[in-house]
Structure formats: structure tokens, C-alpha cells
Write a protein that binds this ligand. Structure first.
Ligand code: OFO
Length: 182
């Protein structure tokens, strides 16, 4: 093991966030199963892919902790408990988890700033940006869903919403590049 370049407190906090990202991945998997078993295949596809993205986030923390001479530690994570009532509730649940995770990311970024741990502060910028993109993505889905369900035209709009999700961008950066014409 190389010389340790992060404090013990930072190592613990980074490990906690690593497991938080793993928990996010499980939450998305469970919501994906809910969607699939309620015949919302587009939504299920979106949630399963997003679960993989959260797992990638977990891995980024794992790699960073080890690179800085710490040790990533895999702990138990609680089983997801969300039981959505319907699609709106499912998307609202995703929103709630993303906002919670943003708070955790900001707290860790604050901690890096307080410790003057500039490498970790720099590392965290990726996640600060990622949370902006994910909040935008989910907020956009909520707006679309609210439009789709506002007109009382039966389930036709809900069907289109679900079908559109098959094409929804997973990596929000792709969406951003499209917006910026990149
Ligand atoms: Fe890990 O990005 Fe969402 O929470």
C-alpha cells in the first residue's frame, strides 16, 4: 500500500459515500423491478441503466480511496424499502433519493474544503457536476410526466411517456452535449 494521502476521517467519509452510491444502485434496481412488473418497460429500462450508472459512481469512489493510499471497505447496505403507488410516485421517489445524495455529496465537498484536501476537493467536482445533471434529468422527467397525466385522456399519454423513456439519455452528459450542440 502506498503512503496514505487522505486523513482517517476523509477515508471514512469517502467510504460512507461509496456505500451510499452502492445503495443508490440497489434503490434503482428495486424501482426498476417495480416498473417492469407493472408493465412499464420503458421506465424499467431507464431505471436499470441508471442503476449501472450509480454502481459506476461507487467504483469511482473505490478507486479514488485506494489511489490515495486508503482502503475501500465494502459494508452491508440496507435493502430498499420504496413501494411506489404509481409512476408519479416512482419518479418522485427517484427525485427524493437524488436530492438526498446531492446533500451527501455537498457535505463531503465541504469537508474536503475544510481539511484543505485539494485532491479530494477536485475529485468531488465530478460528482457536484453529476448531481446537477441528474437533478436536471429527473426534474425534466417529472415535468414531462406531469404534462402527460394532466390531460384526462386515459392512459394513452402515460403509454407514450413510458415509450419515450426507452430513448431517454442515461448519461446526462450526453444530454448536455446535445443541448450545447457538442
Ligand atoms: Fe450517484 O449519482 Fe445519482 O445519486
Amino acid at each position: 500500500m502506498s503512503d496514505k494521502r487522505i486523513s482517517d476521517a476523509m477515508e471514512n467519509a469517502l467510504n460512507a459515500q461509496m456505500m451510499q452510491e452502492a445503495e443508490q444502485a440497489q434503490v434503482y434496481l428495486a424501482l426498476g423491478i417495480w416498473a417492469e412488473t407493472h408493465n412499464y418497460d420503458g421506465l424499467a429500462d431507464f431505471l436499470y441503466k441508471h442503476s449501472t450508472e450509480e454502481r459506476n459512481h461507487m467504483f469511482k469512489f473505490l478507486e479514488y480511496i485506494n489511489q490515495r493510499g486508503g482502503e475501500a471497505k465494502i459494508e452491508a447496505i440496507p435493502a430498499p424499502t420504496d413501494k411506489p403507488k404509481d409512476v408519479t410516485d416512482c419518479i418522485d421517489t427517484v427525485w427524493k433519493h437524488e436530492v438526498q445524495n446531492s446533500k451527501a455529496i455537498y457535505a463531503l465537498t465541504d469537508m474536503a474544503l475544510a481539511e484543505k484536501d485539494w485532491p479530494t476537493f477536485n475529485f468531488m467536482q465530478y460528482f457536484v457536476k453529476e448531481q446537477i445533471e441528474e437533478e436536471n434529468l429527473i426534474s425534466d422527467l417529472r415535468d414531462k410526466l406531469s404534462l402527460a397525466t394532466k390531460e384526462k385522456t386515459g392512459n394513452a399519454n402515460l403509454y407514450s411517456f413510458d415509450r419515450d423513456l426507452n430513448n431517454a439519455p442515461q448519461d446526462s452528459e450526453i444530454a448536455l452535449q446535445k443541448t450545447l450542440g457538442g
